[in-house]
Design a protein around this ligand. Structure first.
Ligand code: SF4
Length: 124
């Protein structure tokens, strides 16, 4: 994705797939690429970023994301990442987080759907 300002946007994560005749994905956030790499907000994004080696700098241990991707025929309730999320808490298993602008200093340029970052302003 590319914003009209020329800033490249990267989906912060996509973790909900629902087969309903036509498959679609639920966008769990977006941010300028540099912001995402510097400070990913969504735990799935953080997991992805920790799953591959840095191209520069010191070597570090790869963390990975525990467990397996969900069965598309039986998606988990609430946030579909909750069975694998290291930050899951009470609302995650029962309510789907809303995509919104996070309450961060750079929140106007990004969005995230995670109960750790309640939507200050709903988007999409
Ligand atoms: S909504 Fe909950 S389970 Fe989903 S990514 Fe955020 S903290 Fe994890």
């Amino acid at each position: 994705m590319t914003a009209s300002t020329g800033v490249t946007l990267v989906p912060e994560s996509v973790c909900q797939l629902r087969p309903q005749g036509v498959k679609y994905v639920r966008l769990n956030g977006q941010a300028p690429a540099a912001t995402l790499y510097r400070d990913a907000l969504h735990p799935y994004s953080k997991g992805l970023l920790g799953s591959f080696p840095a191209l520069r700098g010191a070597r570090r241990e790869l963390a990975g994301i525990p467990g397996s991707p969900p069965d598309l025929a039986g998606m988990p309730s609430g946030c579909s990442f909750h069975p694998r999320c290291p930050r899951a808490f009470e609302p995650c298993s029962s309510a789907i987080p809303v995509l919104g602008r996070p309450d961060t200093p750079d929140g106007a340029g990004r969005s995230v759907a995670c109960w750790l970052h309640p939507a200050g302003q709903t988007v999409g």
